[in-house]
Design a protein around this ligand. Structure first.
Ligand SMILES: *[C@@H]1O[C@H](CO)[C@@H](O)[C@H](O)[C@H]1NC(C)=O
Ligand SMILES: *[C@@H]1O[C@H](CO)[C@@H](O)[C@H](O)[C@H]1NC(C)=O
Ligand SMILES: *[C@@H]1O[C@H](CO)[C@@H](O)[C@H](O)[C@H]1NC(C)=O
Length: 376
């Protein structure tokens, strides 16, 4: 069975359950001529709107191959973010249906903030591309994108979700740079990580959530983020073969449990997952089995990855549906958790998980119990 072309807003990023209606949308709009290759004048304007400039430290003498791959991912991700925020700014500016505001001041405030975010994301992307150019490495160029959101609120929900995943993934970028002896990269990466965290706090407030999600934000790994982003890329639209970014792409793990903004309730419970394992060689020996030897492995905060067995396994061709425990209480799993379907249940570190993964990510956002005060 083929995945439908239509995707729902939050399942888009990897199976997060949601009440957002399933819609089809295609929006490849990157309006400005100032991206990804601004003229010198355009760059000065971007700096003004972004409230700051690019870093100007000289390039390090070398960058490891693994670090360059991480920077290719950063460029790919930031180009998606530029497209997303430029579409959102465009929709709000032109009062596209679903993006209108009754309160003109609120519209003005949001636009002011989002235009700044857009310029900042442009600089994040340009910064990664500049590093790659210096080392004469492949620099990904923007693809065409499609977004499932059709209202301001859905768009902010989506921004909150992908930014949470990015906040986890930039930890991996900094970790890999450090591991590869590329200390010169770490300051800039963590600088942008904090910046994305500031954005995230704002989106969370708009969604009536507490701005600070967890004491230590949930980690993630590059292959899972790269896989999640594919849902927003119009298939075949990238002006380069995706394999030029040497990261695996896993089938998305859909989370069928839960609905609406509050997503998953904050209690121990069994979640239902579904994934299409067509073409996943390592999955073949599990076809039509009872799921023995398969696990859901979770990233939550800075906990060492932990796994639970899967059960109630139902196959339909190469698509499998099953249940797995969300061990909420024991692990205080508030905020984002990243789930993967794995063939191992013992991991020392997040980076060990992709080698044993069949499908990922499944994104789980546990409901926030705060009272609304400044939402949209
Ligand atoms: C902008 O509006 C179009 C038309 O409704 C929609 O398809 C697209 O997803 C919207 N963009 C964002 C970022 O929500
Ligand atoms: C699980 O991974 C560990 C190392 O992380 C390895 O020692 C072990 O052999 C793996 N088990 C299986 C079943 O692959
Ligand atoms: C993953 O597997 C490949 C090939 O088996 C191996 O070279 C690599 O070191 C493994 N990575 C990790 C993090 O274990």
């Amino acid at each position: 069975m083929h995945l439908p072309v239509v995707i729902s807003a939050l399942t888009a990023l990897g199976g997060l359950a949601t009440a957002i209606p399933v819609v089809s949308s295609r929006d490849s709009h990157i309006d400005a001529s100032d991206f990804p290759n601004p003229s010198a004048d355009q760059l000065q304007t971007i700096f003004k709107v972004a409230d700051g400039k690019l870093g100007n430290a000289p390039p390090p003498p070398k960058l490891d191959k693994g670090t360059l791959t991480a920077l290719q991912f950063v460029a790919f991700n930031e180009q998606f973010e530029v497209a997303f925020f430029s579409s959102l700014v465009n929709n709000i500016t032109h009062e596209v249906a679903g993006f209108e505001f009754e309160n003109a001041k609120k519209k003005e405030e949001l636009l002011d903030i989002l235009e700044t975010v857009l310029a900042q994301e442009k600089l994040h992307a340009i910064n990664a591309a500049n590093s790659l150019k210096k080392f004469e490495t492949f620099v990904p160029q923007p693809c065409e994108y499609r977004f499932p959101s059709t209202t301001t609120k859905q768009a902010i929900q989506l921004a909150e979700l992908f930014t949470a995943l990015v906040l986890g993934t930039l930890q991996d970028v900094a970790f890999l740079a450090a591991k590869n002896g590329d200390a010169g990269t770490v300051r800039g990466v963590t600088s942008s990580l904090g910046q994305e965290g500031e954005q995230e706090g704002f989106y969370r407030i708009l969604l009536s959530k507490k701005p600070s999600e967890k004491p230590f934000l949930t980690t993630n790994v590059l292959p899972f983020a790269f896989s999640a982003l594919q849902q927003f890329v119009v298939p075949g639209s990238c002006p380069f073969p995706l394999k030029d970014i040497p990261l695996p792409i896993f089938p998305i793990l859909n989370v069928l449990t839960g609905s609406g903004e509050s997503a998953i309730e904050s209690r121990d419970q069994y979640l239902t997952f579904k994934t299409d394992l067509s073409g996943v060689e390592a999955a073949k020996k599990y076809y039509n089995g009872n799921g023995e030897g398969l696990y859901i492995t979770y990233f939550s905060g800075q906990l060492v990855p932990f796994s639970v067995p899967i059960q109630n396994v139902k196959w339909s061709g190469e698509t499998v549906t099953f249940d797995a425990l969300l061990p909420y209480a024991e692990n205080q799993m508030d905020g984002l958790s990243v789930a993967s379907l794995t063939t191992n249940n013992t991991f020392a570190a997040p980076g060990d998980v992709p080698n044993f993964t069949l499908a990922a990510p499944g994104l789980i956002q546990v409901a926030d119990r705060t009272k609304a005060w400044d939402g949209i």
